[in-house]
Design a protein around this ligand. Sequence first.
Ligand code: NAP
Length: 281
Amino acid sequence: MTSDIAGVSLPDGERVPALGQGTWEMGENPARRAAEIDALRCGIELGMTLIDTAEMYGDGATESLLGEALAGLRDQVFLVSKVYPHNASRRGAIAACERSLKRLKTDRLDLYLLHWPGSVSLAETVEAFEALRDAGKIRHWGVSNFDTGDMEELVAMPGGEACATNQILYNVARRGPEFDLLPWMAGRKMPAMAYSPVDHARLPKRSPLDDIADARGVSVFQVALAWVLLRPGVCAIPKAGSVEHVRDNHRALQLRLQADELAALDTYFKPPRSKRALEML
Ligand code: NAP
């Protein structure tokens, strides 16, 4: 993997790129398929080799598209998928993982996440993840949409301390995790994977993001991504459905936000001063 993208360390020291790619809503529209595959492959070429997907996306269609996009490139990528909570039983998670591997045309996932906390006992899910790891079907496992209390419960159970990451909604407009979840994770050397880092393209219509973008001659998306990329121990997985958007996002790595710009963002998008329940998309 040769790239100019800084890495973020997993608890075992393995590095993943701080800027990766999301895939939600890809593979659902045949007319967009070629552009989406080109976008993913362009991102890989640029070093955005951390790629996130899920069995939920397009009911498997997104994993299938990604499998096609990864032809000949699988070994360059740190591949992440997620299991539905209702599939996350001891046997269910193993079967779901096998289905994902088939759609993704690979023999292993680099990271397998529980998509959100569900009603299946977490102990069973951890057992399934550990069995998948022992069998070489996954290399790491983790969770998603877990708030601080959920994380405390997880690490207290047998095997739970092997959790590699928590994928959460985090961006300049959704700063709740800064109050306790991100510090809790940093204390365990566990990186956060920021999903919807440009807020699913729903950032406020007029904010200091626009002022900074106008002054710097960059896009609002680049400013929002540059902000996330400044956070230690956080990687971002923006989804971009075109080569143009992927290149735009990659250029966020060159954007160094200055103290006055960060202060303007803090004034508008205030950091949390008390606990806010973890938001989810
Ligand atoms: P996002 O990455 O914040 O935003 C994606 C949207 O922004 C798309 O509409 C995309 O448009 C647009 N966009 C991205 N870069 C752009 C650019 N440079 N210029 C203009 N538009 C741009 O939102 P997300 O897809 O919700 O989150 C990212 C990934 O995180 C997902 O794809 C998924 O893999 C993961 N995720 C996980 C969870 C979870 O529960 N664990 C939840 C949500 C998301 P185009 O498609 O037209 O490029």
